[in-house]
Design a protein around this ligand. Structure first.
Ligand SMILES: NC(=O)c1ccc[n+]([C@@H]2O[C@H](COP(=O)([O-])OP(=O)(O)OC[C@H]3O[C@@H](n4cnc5c(N)ncnc54)[C@H](OP(=O)(O)O)[C@@H]3O)[C@@H](O)[C@H]2O)c1
Length: 301
Protein backbone atom coordinates (compact mmCIF):
# COMPACT_ATOMS: atom_id res chain seq x y z
CA UNK A 1 0.00 0.00 0.00
CA UNK A 2 1.21 3.50 -0.83
CA UNK A 3 -0.85 5.81 1.35
CA UNK A 4 -1.17 9.59 1.09
CA UNK A 5 -2.68 11.38 4.11
CA UNK A 6 -3.57 15.06 3.67
CA UNK A 7 -3.95 17.33 6.70
CA UNK A 8 -1.08 15.53 8.46
CA UNK A 9 -0.38 18.63 10.54
CA UNK A 10 -3.97 18.73 11.84
CA UNK A 11 -5.41 16.84 14.79
CA UNK A 12 -6.87 13.89 12.90
CA UNK A 13 -4.19 13.69 10.19
CA UNK A 14 -1.36 13.79 12.74
CA UNK A 15 -2.84 10.91 14.76
CA UNK A 16 -3.74 8.96 11.63
CA UNK A 17 -0.15 9.12 10.41
CA UNK A 18 1.05 7.87 13.84
CA UNK A 19 -1.56 5.11 13.74
CA UNK A 20 -0.43 4.02 10.27
CA UNK A 21 3.21 4.20 11.34
CA UNK A 22 2.37 1.81 14.20
CA UNK A 23 0.57 -0.52 11.81
CA UNK A 24 3.46 -0.19 9.37
CA UNK A 25 6.10 -0.98 11.96
CA UNK A 26 4.56 -4.40 12.54
CA UNK A 27 3.95 -7.26 10.16
CA UNK A 28 3.01 -4.84 7.35
CA UNK A 29 6.37 -3.01 7.48
CA UNK A 30 7.52 -3.77 3.97
CA UNK A 31 4.07 -3.39 2.49
CA UNK A 32 3.33 0.16 3.55
CA UNK A 33 4.71 3.44 2.21
CA UNK A 34 3.37 6.64 3.66
CA UNK A 35 3.34 10.29 2.58
CA UNK A 36 2.14 12.80 5.18
CA UNK A 37 1.03 16.00 3.42
CA UNK A 38 0.80 19.23 5.40
CA UNK A 39 -0.30 22.74 4.39
CA UNK A 40 1.60 25.56 6.13
CA UNK A 41 2.82 23.71 9.21
CA UNK A 42 5.68 21.25 8.63
CA UNK A 43 5.50 17.93 10.48
CA UNK A 44 8.18 15.39 11.28
CA UNK A 45 7.38 11.70 11.06
CA UNK A 46 9.00 8.45 12.10
CA UNK A 47 9.07 6.80 8.70
CA UNK A 48 6.42 8.64 6.70
CA UNK A 49 7.73 11.04 4.12
CA UNK A 50 6.44 14.53 5.02
CA UNK A 51 5.59 16.76 2.03
CA UNK A 52 4.01 20.17 1.73
CA UNK A 53 0.86 20.34 -0.40
CA UNK A 54 -1.28 23.42 -1.03
CA UNK A 55 -4.64 21.96 -2.00
CA UNK A 56 -5.78 25.12 -3.72
CA UNK A 57 -3.03 24.60 -6.30
CA UNK A 58 -4.11 21.97 -8.85
CA UNK A 59 -0.55 21.66 -10.22
CA UNK A 60 0.77 20.88 -6.73
CA UNK A 61 -1.88 18.15 -6.33
CA UNK A 62 -1.06 16.63 -9.71
CA UNK A 63 2.70 16.88 -9.04
CA UNK A 64 2.58 15.08 -5.69
CA UNK A 65 0.23 12.35 -6.90
CA UNK A 66 2.17 11.72 -10.10
CA UNK A 67 5.39 11.44 -8.13
CA UNK A 68 4.04 9.19 -5.34
CA UNK A 69 1.42 7.16 -7.28
CA UNK A 70 -0.64 6.37 -4.16
CA UNK A 71 -2.81 3.28 -3.96
CA UNK A 72 -4.82 4.87 -1.13
CA UNK A 73 -5.58 8.49 -0.29
CA UNK A 74 -7.09 9.75 2.97
CA UNK A 75 -8.17 13.34 2.50
CA UNK A 76 -8.33 14.78 6.03
CA UNK A 77 -7.19 18.33 5.24
CA UNK A 78 -9.86 20.99 5.54
CA UNK A 79 -10.69 24.40 6.86
CA UNK A 80 -12.40 22.81 9.83
CA UNK A 81 -13.10 25.74 12.16
CA UNK A 82 -16.80 26.57 11.74
CA UNK A 83 -16.48 30.18 12.93
CA UNK A 84 -13.59 30.88 10.55
CA UNK A 85 -15.64 29.37 7.72
CA UNK A 86 -18.56 31.73 8.50
CA UNK A 87 -16.16 34.67 8.59
CA UNK A 88 -14.40 33.75 5.35
CA UNK A 89 -16.76 31.71 3.16
CA UNK A 90 -14.66 32.23 0.02
CA UNK A 91 -11.61 30.67 1.63
CA UNK A 92 -13.75 27.84 3.08
CA UNK A 93 -15.05 27.04 -0.42
CA UNK A 94 -11.57 27.32 -1.92
CA UNK A 95 -10.13 24.78 0.56
CA UNK A 96 -13.03 22.44 1.33
CA UNK A 97 -14.66 22.31 -2.09
CA UNK A 98 -12.14 23.43 -4.74
CA UNK A 99 -9.18 21.89 -2.89
CA UNK A 100 -11.04 18.58 -2.65
CA UNK A 101 -11.88 18.79 -6.37
CA UNK A 102 -8.20 19.42 -7.21
CA UNK A 103 -7.10 16.34 -5.28
CA UNK A 104 -9.89 14.18 -6.75
CA UNK A 105 -9.08 15.26 -10.31
CA UNK A 106 -5.38 14.56 -9.78
CA UNK A 107 -6.28 11.11 -8.37
CA UNK A 108 -8.70 10.33 -11.19
CA UNK A 109 -6.01 11.19 -13.76
CA UNK A 110 -3.65 8.50 -12.44
CA UNK A 111 -3.33 5.39 -14.55
CA UNK A 112 -3.97 3.13 -11.60
CA UNK A 113 -6.94 4.61 -9.68
CA UNK A 114 -6.32 4.90 -5.93
CA UNK A 115 -8.93 4.19 -3.28
CA UNK A 116 -10.01 7.56 -1.88
CA UNK A 117 -11.32 8.17 1.66
CA UNK A 118 -12.88 11.61 2.02
CA UNK A 119 -13.21 12.67 5.65
CA UNK A 120 -16.46 14.54 6.03
CA UNK A 121 -18.63 15.74 8.87
CA UNK A 122 -21.86 15.38 10.84
CA UNK A 123 -22.45 19.08 10.08
CA UNK A 124 -23.81 18.17 6.62
CA UNK A 125 -27.08 17.61 8.55
CA UNK A 126 -29.43 20.33 9.82
CA UNK A 127 -29.78 18.74 13.27
CA UNK A 128 -33.58 18.66 13.24
CA UNK A 129 -33.75 14.89 13.75
CA UNK A 130 -30.58 13.38 15.25
CA UNK A 131 -29.43 9.75 15.08
CA UNK A 132 -28.59 10.30 11.41
CA UNK A 133 -27.88 7.30 9.21
CA UNK A 134 -26.10 7.27 5.86
CA UNK A 135 -29.37 7.46 3.89
CA UNK A 136 -30.78 10.51 5.68
CA UNK A 137 -31.15 13.76 3.78
CA UNK A 138 -28.41 16.34 4.15
CA UNK A 139 -29.16 20.03 4.69
CA UNK A 140 -26.20 21.91 6.18
CA UNK A 141 -26.95 25.12 8.06
CA UNK A 142 -23.44 26.52 8.13
CA UNK A 143 -20.80 27.49 5.57
CA UNK A 144 -18.48 24.73 6.79
CA UNK A 145 -21.10 22.00 6.27
CA UNK A 146 -22.12 23.39 2.88
CA UNK A 147 -18.54 23.48 1.58
CA UNK A 148 -17.87 19.95 2.90
CA UNK A 149 -21.10 18.62 1.35
CA UNK A 150 -20.14 20.14 -1.99
CA UNK A 151 -16.85 18.23 -1.65
CA UNK A 152 -18.87 15.05 -1.02
CA UNK A 153 -20.94 15.68 -4.17
CA UNK A 154 -17.86 16.16 -6.34
CA UNK A 155 -16.28 13.06 -4.79
CA UNK A 156 -19.35 10.93 -5.51
CA UNK A 157 -19.11 11.67 -9.22
CA UNK A 158 -15.31 11.31 -9.47
CA UNK A 159 -15.40 7.75 -10.82
CA UNK A 160 -12.86 6.69 -8.16
CA UNK A 161 -13.38 3.82 -5.72
CA UNK A 162 -14.33 6.14 -2.89
CA UNK A 163 -15.59 6.18 0.69
CA UNK A 164 -17.14 9.24 2.32
CA UNK A 165 -16.34 8.82 6.01
CA UNK A 166 -18.40 11.25 8.07
CA UNK A 167 -16.98 11.94 11.48
CA UNK A 168 -18.41 13.66 14.55
CA UNK A 169 -16.75 15.92 17.12
CA UNK A 170 -13.23 14.47 17.42
CA UNK A 171 -11.35 14.40 20.73
CA UNK A 172 -7.86 13.13 21.38
CA UNK A 173 -4.54 13.61 23.18
CA UNK A 174 -3.85 16.99 24.73
CA UNK A 175 -1.43 18.67 22.39
CA UNK A 176 -1.20 22.44 22.22
CA UNK A 177 0.17 22.32 18.68
CA UNK A 178 -2.64 20.14 17.33
CA UNK A 179 -5.51 20.70 19.71
CA UNK A 180 -8.85 18.93 19.54
CA UNK A 181 -11.82 20.65 21.18
CA UNK A 182 -11.02 18.66 24.35
CA UNK A 183 -7.83 20.68 24.79
CA UNK A 184 -9.72 24.00 24.69
CA UNK A 185 -12.50 22.66 26.88
CA UNK A 186 -10.01 21.60 29.56
CA UNK A 187 -8.05 24.85 29.30
CA UNK A 188 -11.33 26.68 29.91
CA UNK A 189 -12.84 24.69 32.76
CA UNK A 190 -9.55 24.17 34.65
CA UNK A 191 -9.46 27.74 35.89
CA UNK A 192 -12.98 29.17 35.69
CA UNK A 193 -16.67 28.55 35.09
CA UNK A 194 -17.59 27.98 31.44
CA UNK A 195 -21.11 27.84 30.02
CA UNK A 196 -21.86 24.94 27.65
CA UNK A 197 -25.06 24.16 25.78
CA UNK A 198 -27.25 21.35 27.03
CA UNK A 199 -29.48 21.38 23.95
CA UNK A 200 -26.81 20.85 21.26
CA UNK A 201 -26.06 17.17 20.67
CA UNK A 202 -23.25 15.26 18.97
CA UNK A 203 -21.66 11.83 19.15
CA UNK A 204 -18.05 12.66 20.16
CA UNK A 205 -15.47 10.22 18.80
CA UNK A 206 -12.04 9.35 20.19
CA UNK A 207 -9.42 10.01 17.53
CA UNK A 208 -7.80 6.55 17.92
CA UNK A 209 -11.19 4.88 17.29
CA UNK A 210 -11.68 7.06 14.25
CA UNK A 211 -8.22 6.11 12.94
CA UNK A 212 -9.00 2.42 13.34
CA UNK A 213 -12.28 2.90 11.42
CA UNK A 214 -10.48 4.75 8.61
CA UNK A 215 -7.82 2.03 8.45
CA UNK A 216 -10.51 -0.68 8.18
CA UNK A 217 -12.29 1.26 5.42
CA UNK A 218 -9.00 1.57 3.50
CA UNK A 219 -8.07 -2.08 3.91
CA UNK A 220 -11.51 -3.23 2.75
CA UNK A 221 -11.59 -0.54 0.05
CA UNK A 222 -15.10 0.31 1.17
CA UNK A 223 -17.20 2.49 -1.14
CA UNK A 224 -20.14 4.76 -0.30
CA UNK A 225 -20.96 6.73 2.82
CA UNK A 226 -20.08 5.45 6.30
CA UNK A 227 -20.64 7.23 9.60
CA UNK A 228 -17.67 6.95 12.01
CA UNK A 229 -18.76 8.55 15.26
CA UNK A 230 -18.76 7.71 18.93
CA UNK A 231 -21.51 5.50 20.34
CA UNK A 232 -22.91 8.04 22.83
CA UNK A 233 -25.17 11.00 22.07
CA UNK A 234 -24.14 13.80 24.39
CA UNK A 235 -24.79 17.50 24.79
CA UNK A 236 -21.70 19.66 25.09
CA UNK A 237 -22.66 20.33 28.70
CA UNK A 238 -23.03 16.64 29.44
CA UNK A 239 -19.68 15.84 27.78
CA UNK A 240 -17.99 18.64 29.74
CA UNK A 241 -19.36 17.25 33.03
CA UNK A 242 -17.83 13.87 32.16
CA UNK A 243 -14.51 15.54 31.29
CA UNK A 244 -14.53 17.43 34.61
CA UNK A 245 -15.23 14.21 36.52
CA UNK A 246 -12.49 12.20 34.74
CA UNK A 247 -9.88 14.97 35.04
CA UNK A 248 -10.75 15.85 38.65
CA UNK A 249 -11.99 19.37 37.92
CA UNK A 250 -14.75 20.87 40.14
CA UNK A 251 -18.03 20.26 38.28
CA UNK A 252 -19.18 23.77 39.31
CA UNK A 253 -16.85 25.00 36.58
CA UNK A 254 -19.26 23.48 34.03
CA UNK A 255 -22.30 25.75 33.76
CA UNK A 256 -25.46 24.69 31.96
CA UNK A 257 -26.57 26.96 29.12
CA UNK A 258 -29.06 26.65 26.28
CA UNK A 259 -28.46 27.21 22.60
CA UNK A 260 -32.11 28.24 22.40
CA UNK A 261 -31.39 31.22 24.70
CA UNK A 262 -28.07 32.23 23.13
CA UNK A 263 -27.85 35.04 20.61
CA UNK A 264 -25.34 33.65 18.14
CA UNK A 265 -24.33 35.40 14.92
CA UNK A 266 -25.13 32.24 12.92
CA UNK A 267 -27.44 29.25 13.18
CA UNK A 268 -26.09 26.01 14.71
CA UNK A 269 -27.67 22.60 14.22
CA UNK A 270 -29.28 21.24 17.38
CA UNK A 271 -28.80 17.48 17.11
CA UNK A 272 -26.33 16.04 14.61
CA UNK A 273 -25.80 12.78 16.50
CA UNK A 274 -24.99 9.95 14.11
CA UNK A 275 -25.99 6.32 13.91
CA UNK A 276 -22.99 3.98 13.51
CA UNK A 277 -24.81 0.66 12.91
CA UNK A 278 -23.46 0.41 9.37
CA UNK A 279 -19.85 0.99 10.47
CA UNK A 280 -20.28 -1.66 13.18
CA UNK A 281 -21.66 -4.13 10.63
CA UNK A 282 -19.28 -3.62 7.72
CA UNK A 283 -16.09 -2.51 9.47
CA UNK A 284 -16.43 -4.10 12.89
CA UNK A 285 -16.17 -0.53 14.22
CA UNK A 286 -16.32 -0.65 18.03
CA UNK A 287 -15.55 2.72 19.61
CA UNK A 288 -14.65 2.94 23.29
CA UNK A 289 -17.03 4.61 25.70
CA UNK A 290 -16.29 8.34 26.07
CA UNK A 291 -15.30 7.70 29.71
CA UNK A 292 -12.76 4.99 28.81
CA UNK A 293 -11.26 7.13 26.05
CA UNK A 294 -10.97 10.15 28.36
CA UNK A 295 -9.30 8.00 31.03
CA UNK A 296 -6.71 6.85 28.47
CA UNK A 297 -6.03 10.47 27.48
CA UNK A 298 -5.78 11.54 31.16
CA UNK A 299 -3.41 8.69 32.03
CA UNK A 300 -1.13 9.40 29.07
CA UNK A 301 -0.46 13.04 30.11
N1 LIG B 1 -12.41 18.39 14.37
C1 LIG B 1 -13.59 17.82 14.38
O1 LIG B 1 -14.23 17.71 15.43
C2 LIG B 1 -14.15 17.27 13.11
C3 LIG B 1 -15.45 16.73 13.12
C4 LIG B 1 -15.96 16.14 11.96
C5 LIG B 1 -15.18 16.11 10.81
N2 LIG B 1 -13.94 16.66 10.82
C6 LIG B 1 -13.15 16.59 9.59
O2 LIG B 1 -11.97 15.88 9.92
C7 LIG B 1 -10.87 16.35 9.14
C8 LIG B 1 -9.72 16.72 10.05
O3 LIG B 1 -10.13 17.74 10.94
P1 LIG B 1 -9.12 18.29 12.05
O4 LIG B 1 -9.92 18.67 13.22
O5 LIG B 1 -7.97 17.37 12.18
O6 LIG B 1 -8.64 19.64 11.36
P2 LIG B 1 -7.45 20.61 11.81
O7 LIG B 1 -6.81 20.16 13.06
O8 LIG B 1 -8.00 22.01 11.74
O9 LIG B 1 -6.38 20.43 10.62
C9 LIG B 1 -6.65 20.88 9.34
C10 LIG B 1 -5.57 20.35 8.41
O10 LIG B 1 -5.88 20.78 7.07
C11 LIG B 1 -4.72 21.37 6.50
N3 LIG B 1 -5.09 22.41 5.53
C12 LIG B 1 -5.92 23.45 5.73
N4 LIG B 1 -5.96 24.20 4.61
C13 LIG B 1 -5.13 23.60 3.70
C14 LIG B 1 -4.76 23.91 2.37
N5 LIG B 1 -5.23 25.00 1.74
N6 LIG B 1 -3.89 23.07 1.74
C15 LIG B 1 -3.40 21.99 2.38
N7 LIG B 1 -3.72 21.65 3.64
C16 LIG B 1 -4.58 22.47 4.30
C17 LIG B 1 -3.97 21.97 7.68
O11 LIG B 1 -2.60 22.15 7.30
P3 LIG B 1 -1.67 23.34 7.88
O12 LIG B 1 -2.12 23.61 9.27
O13 LIG B 1 -0.31 22.71 7.78
O14 LIG B 1 -1.84 24.50 6.95
C18 LIG B 1 -4.16 20.88 8.73
O15 LIG B 1 -3.23 19.86 8.52
C19 LIG B 1 -11.42 17.50 8.31
O16 LIG B 1 -11.74 17.02 7.03
C20 LIG B 1 -12.68 17.91 9.03
O17 LIG B 1 -13.62 18.48 8.14
C21 LIG B 1 -13.41 17.24 11.93
Amino acid sequence: MRILVTGASGHLGFHLVRYLERVGSGAEKDRLELVAAFGKTPVSCEFANAKSLELRNPDACRGLLNEFQPTHIVHAAAMANTTECEQNPELAAAVNTDGTRNLLEAAAALKSKPHFSLISTDLVFDGAKGNYSEVDNTNPLMVYGRTKLEGERIASSSGLPLAILRSALIFGPLDRERPSFLYWLLEGIKGRAVTLFDDEFRTPVYVEDLCSGIWSAMQQEVTGIVHLAGAERRSRYNFALLVAEVFGIPTEHVVRGLLADAKLPFQRPVDVSMNISQARRILGFAPLSNRSALEIIRDSV
